[in-house]
Design a protein around this ligand. Structure first.
Ligand SMILES: NC(=O)C1=CN([C@@H]2O[C@H](COP(=O)(O)OP(=O)(O)OC[C@H]3O[C@@H](n4cnc5c(N)ncnc54)[C@H](OP(=O)(O)O)[C@@H]3O)[C@@H](O)[C@H]2O)C=CC1
Ligand SMILES: O=C(O)C1=N[C@H](C(=O)O)C[C@H](O)C1
Length: 266
């Protein structure tokens, strides 16, 4: 099998480090470059924790694309950088696999159009863990029968975006099949602002940020005399890597942008 040339943005991050090791260890992937905010011109192997993993470091992503011509960009950075990198990747004919969260519906729409114009595959995956995809799918199934639902997502306290991309995606999947519904008492009032959480199409989302946590979510349905809770826990970031690998392989066969791994897992 011809190897897929991969560049990774955010290699020193919690996810980026795992992705570097995954790409390095996968026989049919080749790590051709990394995009970092520092260390321009150095070899990745010179940095702590990357001994023996050689790849040129670029701070300028356009120069990186011009000089190393990757097939795929894996982006694991921040919402602002992630959007900028994804757009540039498509402009340069590089297929983006985006784990970075914090993209709005408008962002997804704009990038979908751009991918279509360029005839390029792209994947934006709010969650790469198979268990999280199943949690979202099961929640969507349950919403057909239980129309009252709230989402609690729990993450480490270094997370920049709230609510999580997974929580937003879960709410979108539920809203796709649930009739519109205003939940709770029609006259309810918050005596402390934010007490009822964020709202997506009538679905309340509560974001917990605590040290010690990685990535967790519970979708709670309430019905007549019963409740159903669907929970997923990522205890470490290895949980996301099989989804990253599948996305890099799959994006090479796509001509459009796919938002959510539920569209590509069988
Ligand atoms: N889809 C999924 O399954 C998952 C998605 N995520 C998402 O992935 C993203 C990264 O998460 P995480 O690894 O925990 O975050 P970290 O903060 O640990 O890592 C982000 C890294 O991106 C770097 N960075 C920021 N801007 C740029 C830029 N312009 N160019 C190059 N590098 C840049 C940062 O560099 P510096 O240190 O210099 O600031 C940092 O090293 C988040 O959006 C998170 O929500 C996380 C887990 C799973
Ligand atoms: O920042 C994280 O850690 C995670 N971010 C993603 C999200 O926002 O849903 C995926 C996972 O929950 C971990």
């Amino acid at each position: 099998m011809k190897s897929i040339k991969v560049a990774i943005a955010g290699p020193r991050g919690r996810m980026g480090r795992e992705a570097v090791i995954l790409v390095h260890q996968t026989e049919h992937f080749e790590l051709v470059a990394v995009i970092d905010r520092k260390y321009d011109g150095k070899d990745l192997a010179e940095l702590d924790g990357f001994s023996g993993i050689h790849a040129p470091i670029y701070t300028d992503i356009e120069r990186c694309f011009q000089e190393t011509k990757p097939d795929v960009l894996i982006d694991l950075t921040t919402p602002e950088s992630g959007k900028y990198h994804t757009e540039l990747a498509l402009q340069y004919g590089v297929r983006p696999v985006v784990g970075t969260t914090g993209f709005t519906e408008d962002d997804i729409e704009r990038l979908t159009k751009l991918a279509e114009e360029k005839g390029l595959g792209a994947i934006i995956a709010p969650n790469f863990a198979i268990g999280a995809i199943l949690m979202m799918k099961f929640a969507q199934m349950a919403a057909k029968y239980f129309h009252d639902v709230e989402i609690i997502e729990l993450h480490h306290d270094q997370k920049l975006d709230a609510p999580s991309g997974t929580a937003v995606k879960t709410a979108q999947l539920i809203a796709d099949i649930r009739p519109p519904k205003k939940q709770g008492h029609p006259d309810e009032k918050e005596t402390l602002q934010g007490a009822r959480g964020a709202e997506y199409d009538g679905i309340r989302i509560h974001s917990v940020r605590l040290p010690g946590f990685v990535a967790h979510q519970e979708v709670i349905f309430g019905g007549n005399g019963q409740a159903l809770a669907i929970r997923h826990d990522s205890f470490h970031r290895g949980s996301f890597m099989s989804g990253v690998k599948l996305s890099v392989e799959t994006v090479m066969k796509l001509q459009t942008l796919v938002y959510g791994l539920e569209h590509i897992i069988e």
